[in-house]
Design a protein around this ligand. Structure first.
Ligand SMILES: NC(=O)c1ccc[n+]([C@@H]2O[C@H](COP(=O)([O-])OP(=O)(O)OC[C@H]3O[C@@H](n4cnc5c(N)ncnc54)[C@H](OP(=O)(O)O)[C@@H]3O)[C@@H](O)[C@H]2O)c1
Length: 328
């Protein structure tokens, strides 16, 4: 069987091409999936740029998200025709990824697509939406909507936009921090109440504590913006940390923790235990569903993926982009 895949080459120089490949190129795992949709995530942009911290071996096919139909299975857990989702684990990192019309993955990586979600809807969330939901869960479990504003950083990004939309749906008042001066209307349309410039969330005073402003923070960028979030969170506030777009390093004194009792939660979507995965997909398909997102996403074909990944690596991408593999 032949099908189309995006291939990234590092030799002689970085090159991305959509090619027709043979099934024998896929790794020898248990379940063959016909990919209907994938989606774009920051990690894909790193992998497509030859970042060896994400993908060690090239030529390579990135794509950390898949929604599709099982075509063949050596595992009793799955049968042809099953509607499935794969996110995280090693998909698209060092395992042949979802920017391809077929993937073959270990049985354990797969979850059933909830009945109330179309495969396309599932990829409107994708890893970014799943991570947003993991972050929102920490806020919901610890902070009530009347406690004050929740700051979301990297607001126009994939994680940021889904986090804002879910928080707003759940009745939280959301402040969106963005570096894009022209995106205020977009952020308000998905539920942000206050728009904050990136500079405002990037303290340069070096002080250990600043005026308490946020009941909670969903930080998607790391670096000094995370340091600033910790200083500006109010007494007993909660902060989630999932991303490193700004920097993987951050510094903090212990004072926000011992004088204001703030809590910093790490968020990991990659190895998230299976039971927790089911729970998060259930939330996304029921109480936390944001059907408005399904119309608002940007849908592209495989040929358009390199251009979108380039925007993403330059920090110019906005919202969620899904890849239609059936029409590619
Ligand atoms: N822990 C996990 O399991 C997990 C899962 C998914 C994603 N992530 C990480 O979460 C982060 C966000 O992912 P994503 O898919 O939302 O990425 P994305 O769509 O590329 O969005 C990132 C956003 O960050 C902001 N930004 C870009 N460059 C920046 C800079 N130099 N300084 C400060 N802000 C900057 C931009 O938003 P504005 O212009 O609006 O500020 C951008 O849209 C990434 O680091 C990703 O690797 C982690």
């Amino acid at each position: 069987m032949n099908f189309k895949s995006l291939r990234v080459y590092l030799e002689p120089t970085l090159r991305i091409a959509v090619e027709t490949v043979d099934e024998t190129i896929l790794p020898d795992h248990e379940v063959l999936i016909e990919v209907h949709y994938s989606s774009l995530n920051y990690k894909d942009a790193l992998s497509a740029n030859g970042n060896k911290g994400v993908s060690k071996n090239y030529p390579h096919t990135p794509g950390i998200d898949v929604a599709g139909i099982v075509k063949d299975s050596k595992s009793d857990a799955w049968k042809p025709g099953d509607r499935v989702i794969v996110t995280g684990y090693d998909l698209g990192m060092n395992t042949y990824g979802g920017f391809s019309q077929y993937v073959r993955v270990p049985s354990d990586w797969i979850v059933s697509c909830p009945d109330s979600l179309e495969l396309r809807d599932a990829m409107c969330y994708g890893t970014a939406g799943f991570t947003a939901a993991l972050s929102v869960e920490k806020i919901v479990n610890n902070i009530t909507p009347d406690a004050g504003e929740i700051l979301v950083t990297g607001a126009t990004g994939g994680v940021g936009t889904v986090a804002i939309a879910i928080l707003s749906k759940l009745g939280y008042s959301v402040a969106a921090a963005t570096g894009k001066a022209t995106s205020a209307a977009f952020l308000q349309s998905i539920g942000a109440k206050t728009i904050v410039s990136r500079e405002e969330t990037n303290d340069q005073t070096g002080k250990a504590l600043l005026r308490s402003r946020w009941a909670g923070v969903i930080d998607t960028v790391g670096g000094n913006i995370l340091s600033t979030a910790i200083k500006t969170t109010q007494y007993l506030g909660h902060i989630t940390c999932c991303g490193n777009v700004s920097s993987p390093e951050f510094s903090s004194s212990i004072y926000p923790f011992i004088l204001k009792g703030v809590t910093l939660h790490g968020i990991d979507s990659v190895a998230c235990p299976k039971e927790h995965r089911f729970k998060i997909w259930e939330y996304l398909s029921t109480d936390w569903a944001i059907p408005g997102l399904y119309q608002a996403v940007h849908e592209v074909t495989l040929d358009e993926v390199p251009e979108q990944l380039d925007l993403m690596i330059k920090g110019k991408h906005q919202g969620r982009t899904i890849v239609n593999l059936k029409n590619s």
